[in-house]
Design a protein around this ligand. Structure first.
Ligand SMILES: [Zn+2]
Length: 286
């Protein structure tokens, strides 16, 4: 199920054309999301900048579940038959902590479907005073949401104070809400914390912007569609400080900058790797 989630995104990315293709190829091919690019493109060879004169080129890997979380931002050059090379900017690679890794419960019901048209930012309205508590708080949110009759956590992705990103409800399904708006069509990214009470950590903003940049590219929607929950319903969500960086345009500007510098590629932190990352978060070291 987790894989399928990303394969859906990969298909969209592949369909985005050459620019998306280059981004999908950025970095070590084994770290990209498997099957994000049609095999017919495998003739394309890229080389990382430090080895551009050697034979250590990386070609498209077949499907692989390898999910290294290396946050590389390599400059990628294309080596074609012509003697000239073109320097292209590569995607920012962002690891996502799999649901299994953070201890999510299985789905508690059927999920619907929707077509994403906009991106909406939330907070949990629960203070996060120690980031080590983030995985536990997220488990608690999911449990509460399921006890409330929903199939899963209400949101598609969660971001903690240190910028760790957690996989939530599959984005192929609309979210859920206790408030008076219809979340169908919304890509929901939720920051752990209460931003009516807390300042906004830079790392959390950076990862929020990365998820929104990824969403903009994956779903073919403009950063102009970024808004806060409060723009649709009677709520203070996502809180004063988080709403503030949308109202002054700085969050949208950060998203545009990411897109212009090569976009964002997601990788999965699952299995032992994901468990180790969650353990480090809970130990206060990540
Ligand atoms: Zn909200």
């Amino acid at each position: 199920m987790d894989r399928r989630t990303f394969l859906v995104a990969g298909g969209i990315l592949a369909a985005a054309g050459a620019a998306g293709l280059v981004r999908a190829l950025a970095g070590d091919g084994s770290e990209t999301l498997g099957q994000t690019v049609p095999r017919s493109s495998a003739a394309t060879t890229i080389q990382s900048a430090p080895t551009s004169s050697t034979t250590s080129s990386s070609t498209l890997a077949a499907d692989t579940s390898t999910t290294s979380a290396a946050p590389a931002e390599p400059t990628v050059t294309t080596a074609q038959a012509t003697p000239t090379t073109t320097t292209l900017q590569a995607a920012l690679v962002v690891p996502i902590i799999c649901k299994t890794a953070w201890g999510a419960r299985p789905l508690a019901g059927a999920l619907g479907a929707h077509s994403i048209e906009r991106m909406t930012v939330h907070h949990t309205a629960v203070r996060l005073d120690r980031n080590a508590d983030a995985p536990g708080q997220i488990r608690g949110h999911q449990a509460f949401h399921q006890q409330s009759g929903w199939a899963d956590l209400a949101y598609h992705y969660m971001v903690d104070a240190n910028g760790n990103i957690y996989e939530g409800r599959p984005f192929s399904a609309p979210g859920d809400t206790f408030t008076n708006y219809d979340p169908a069509g919304h890509f929901l990214v939720c920051c752990e914390g209460n931003f009516d009470q807390q300042d906004l950590p830079e790392a959390q903003v950076a990862s929020l912007a990365a998820m929104l940049a990824w969403g903009s590219d994956a779903f073919g929607i403009s950063p102009d569609t970024i808004a806060g929950h409060r723009d649709y319903a009677s709520t203070t969500c996502p809180g004063t400080t988080l709403a503030g960086i949308m109202e002054n345009g700085s969050l949208q500007a950060a998203v545009v900058a990411l897109l212009e510098s090569g976009g964002v590629e997601l990788t999965e932190a699952c299995g032992d790797e994901g468990a180790a990352l969650v353990a480090a978060i809970e130990a206060g070291t990540a």
